[in-house]
Ligand binder design. Structure first.
Ligand code: ATP
Ligand code: HMH
Length: 266
């Protein structure tokens, strides 16, 4: 039997809660075979990032070639992409694949450590967004990329529309984790504006929520679901992963990737 497969192109988080580690754990939960191309290595834990080491672009290319010559890819997710050159290399490769693609435009960690060089911001809309079925910015990322302030659900809808109109992606999911009140996300797929709403959970353990959410969406696309259906399933999954998050480390603890089967474990 050939399993569904997904590829994450992202950075490593030694603490295991975000980045490549969160992505593969999430894909595994959705019974999707996960593959990884590493862009950067971070020495990181729940408290923050100590050091970052970027993978040289020729080695990025070597990893992409290794996947391409041998393995089927049903969906792609990208996370930390630090440099313009890395964005160009990854974007050109994805453009030639024509597979469902989720682009998570990570810029800084929750603890404030930059994961992207400033000049890479423009490279995202030049090389990555045009291939993306959906871009998944949080509020600060959407504000930076669009140069606007986002405070309300109406602002989120405007931002989702602008991603498609101005920044060239086919869809956008603006995540409201950084606003107050309910945890509301807005998806625009180029045709219809949809809202996904869940109660806000009181916890500081939200390390890796963005990576986990984007990977769940990619895994569901790999399984053949439509984008709105993939987001609906993944929103439920990330909510449970936050509800049952782990109190590990002395900083912001990681989400619980087993949450989808927590009922079964109990
Ligand atoms: N306290 C919370 N309770 C419930 N849902 C939440 C909470 N915080 C965030 N979410 C949800 O988690 C998902 C990730 O959103 P968020 O805006 O936190 O992403 P992010 O900032 O990219 O994550 P990261 O912390 O990995 O950078 C969204 O669906 C958001 O609504
Ligand atoms: C490697 C990596 N990618 C993404 C994030 C997003 O928070 C992180 N903290 N670390």
């Amino acid at each position: 039997m050939r399993p569904y497969t997904a590829l994450t192109i992202a950075g490593s988080d030694s603490g295991g809660g975000a980045g490549i580690q969160a992505d593969i754990k999430t894909m595994e939960e959705w019974q999707v075979y996960g593959m990884s191309v590493l862009t950067s290595l971070t020495a990181q834990n729940t408290m923050g990032v100590r050091e970052v080491h970027h993978v040289p672009v020729p080695f990025l290319t070597a990893q992409l070639k290794s996947i391409e010559e041998d393995l089927p890819v049903d969906a792609i997710k990208t996370g930390m992409i630090s440099s313009k050159e890395a964005a160009r290399t990854v974007g050109e490769w994805i453009g030639a694949r024509r597979k469902p693609y989720v682009c998570d435009p990570v810029m800084v960690t929750a603890s404030g450590h930059p994961l992207m060089e400033e000049e890479t911001r423009e490279a995202l809309s030049e090389y990555l967004f045009p291939h993306a079925d959906v871009v998944t910015p949080n509020i600060p990322e959407a504000e930076t990329l669009l140069g606007m302030s986002i405070k309300t659900e109406a602002d989120m809808e405007e931002a989702a529309g602008l991603f498609v109109e101005k920044l060239g992606s086919r869809g956008a999911l603006i995540k409201g984790g950084h606003l107050e009140g309910e945890a509301v996300d807005v998806l625009y797929d180029g045709e219809i504006m949809r809202t996904y709403r869940e109660a806000r959970i009181k916890t500081d353990n939200t390390h890796g929520t963005g990576c986990t959410y984007a990977s769940a969406i990619a895994a569901n696309l790999a399984r053949g679901r439509t984008l709105p259906a993939a987001v609906e399933k993944s929103k439920h999954f990330i909510t449970e992963a936050i509800r049952h998050s782990f109190d590990l480390g002395s900083g912001s603890g990681p989400t619980n990737h087993w949450a989808g089967r927590i009922g079964e474990i109990k």
